[in-house]
Design a protein around this ligand. Structure first.
Ligand SMILES: CC(C)(COP(=O)(O)OP(=O)(O)OC[C@H]1O[C@@H](n2cnc3c(N)ncnc32)[C@H](O)[C@@H]1OP(=O)(O)O)[C@@H](O)C(=O)NCCC(=O)NCCS
Length: 153
C-alpha cells in the first residue's frame, strides 16, 4: 500500500528524476530546497510505494491563499487515484490553516491534469496566452474552500 509523508532531504535525487520523467522542464534539486525547510510556506508531500517515490505535490500555503506549484505521478502508476490522494492531503492541510482559495496554472493542452482538477472541484478562472516558453497557453484554476469547522481537531 502506498503512503504519504512530507518531502525529506534524502528524497531529492529520486524526486528530480520523477519530475523530469513526468513533464518537460522539471525542477532542479535547488528548487526543492525551500520545500524541506521548517517554518516555510512551501510544503511538499511524496507518495511512497515499496520504498520508491511514486508521486509528488509541492505548494505554497499562505495565510489566506495557497498555490499548487507542482504535481507529478510516476507514469507507471497513473489512473490509480494517487494524484487524488496527494490533492486530498493538500486540501486538508489548507483547510486546517484557514486558506480560502487555492490557485494553480496548468497547460491548456494538459487534458489529464485539467480533468483531474475539475473532478476535485477546481474551476477555470482565466487564461494566460503564450505563457509557456513553447507558446502554449496556461489555464488558471481556482478551488474555493469551505470554512474550517470551529472546534475541529
Ligand atoms: C495529471 C496527473 C498528475 C494525474 O495523476 P493520476 O495519479 O494518474 O490521477 P488520478 O488517478 O488520481 O486520477 C483522478 C482523476 O483525474 C482524471 N484523470 C487523470 N488522468 C486522466 C487522463 N489521462 N485522462 C482523463 N482524465 C484523467 C480522472 O477524472 C481521474 O478519475 P478516474 O480515474 O476515476 O476517471 C498525471 O497524469 C501526471 O503526473 N502527469 C504529468 C505531470 C503533470 O501534467 N502534472 C500536472 C501539472 S499542472
Amino acid at each position: 500500500m502506498p503512503f504519504l509523508r512530507t518531502l525529506l532531504p534524502q528524497d531529492l535525487d529520486q524526486v528530480v528524476v520523477l519530475d523530469h520523467l513526468g513533464q518537460s522542464g522539471g525542477w532542479t534539486k535547488s528548487q526543492y530546497k525551500p520545500f524541506i525547510e521548517n517554518n516555510s510556506p512551501a510544503c511538499a508531500w511524496v507518495l511512497v510505494e515499496n520504498t520508491f517515490i511514486k508521486g509528488l505535490l509541492c505548494a505554497q500555503i499562505l495565510p489566506f491563499e495557497a498555490e499548487l506549484q507542482n504535481l507529478v505521478i510516476h507514469h507507471e502508476c497513473r489512473r490509480k487515484g494517487y494524484a487524488q490522494l496527494l490533492l486530498d492531503k493538500f486540501i486538508k492541510c489548507c483547510l486546517e490553516r484557514s486558506v480560502l482559495s487555492i490557485f494553480l496554472e496548468v497547460r491548456a493542452q494538459n487534458e489529464p491534469a485539467i480533468q483531474l482538477y475539475s473532478k476535485i472541484g477546481f474551476t477555470r478562472n482565466g487564461e494566460r496566452k503564450n505563457y509557456y516558453t513553447d507558446g502554449q497557453n496556461a489555464l488558471l484554476m481556482q478551488y474555493i474552500l469551505p470554512p474550517y469547522p470551529q472546534g475541529s481537531g
